[in-house]
Design a protein around this ligand. Structure first.
Ligand code: UDP
Length: 240
């Protein structure tokens, strides 16, 4: 096991991974592939909370850069995360995995509101809980939402699946000599401004001692591989 005594994890997927090879939006076949990954992770016996970003549809910062009101644009971004959550719920259900979506912006016809005790009950019953709409407030990201839910649900770790296989000392897409950290402390991530999650998310994990595992979700079977300690990743944790 990568992290011994891990019973409950929060898995954060950036919205971008739902696009597959597309430039924008949701590729249902790719969502199904991701759902298979989540199912495999669940079959290792873990309780799973899921948070999905919205960057494949809309990011508030991009809207604001084009002259929109930032808060308004952020609300649009939060709604995008709900669409992604529903797409993932549909794929997981097709695979026979029970799920519930809980949104930080109430929309009763579509999904449940975030109710911690109810989410606990879902997890105990073996359901996956997908938390949507981040923290429910503008000027945040779904990384902060993921950290918040991980703390609230007392998750043993936050796994962040992205398109890179860990945290590097510089951008590996631009610098061929960039090197990947196996482990790195929260404070180093913050002090060196390493691009992994926004500072509020990292600080929340630090203050609640939740390790962050950054890994690539693009390779098949990687969630289960990383959890088994056989994958490539960076772990952000307290200095030993
Ligand atoms: N967002 C927000 N508050 C939150 C979570 C998300 O305002 O608590 C908005 C924000 O505009 C963000 C967008 O939703 O850009 C999509 O989320 P994010 O960029 O975190 O998605 P990801 O990069 O993970 O795909």
């Amino acid at each position: 096991m990568l992290l011994p005594d891990t019973k409950r994890i929060l898995l954060k997927l950036s919205g971008e991974v739902l696009m597959g090879e597309q430039e924008f939006g949701i590729d249902p076949s790719y969502v199904m592939r991701l759902a298979e990954e989540v199912k495999a992770a669940k079959e290792t016996g873990l309780q799973i909370c899921l948070v999905i970003g919205g960057g494949n549809i809309f990011r508030g910062m991009a809207g604001a850069a084009q002259g929109m009101d930032r808060a308004q644009a952020d609300y649009m971004g939060m709604l995008a995360t709900v669409m992604n959550a529903l797409a993932m719920q549909s794929a997981l259900e097709q695979l026979g995995v029970d799920t519930r979506v809980q949104s930080a912006i109430q929309m009763d016809q579509v999904c449940e509101p975030v109710i911690r005790r109810r989410a606990e009950r879902h997890l105990e019953k073996g359901r996956i809980v997908i938390f949507a709409a981040g923290v429910g407030a503008p000027y945040f990201t779904t990384d902060s939402g993921a950290a918040l839910r991980a703390a609230e649900m007392r998750c043993d770790a936050l796994l962040k699946g992205t398109s890179v296989d860990g945290i590097y000392d510089s951008d590996p897409k631009r610098n061929p000599d960039a090197t990947r950290f196996d482990t790195v402390s929260y404070d180093q991530v913050l002090a060196s401004n390493l691009k992994v999650m926004d500072a509020s998310a990292v600080a929340l994990c630090r203050d609640n001692n939740i390790p962050i595992v950054v890994f690539s979700i693009r390779e098949r079977g990687n969630v289960a591989r990383v959890l088994a300690g056989e994958g490539v990743q960076t772990i952000v944790k307290e200095d030993q």
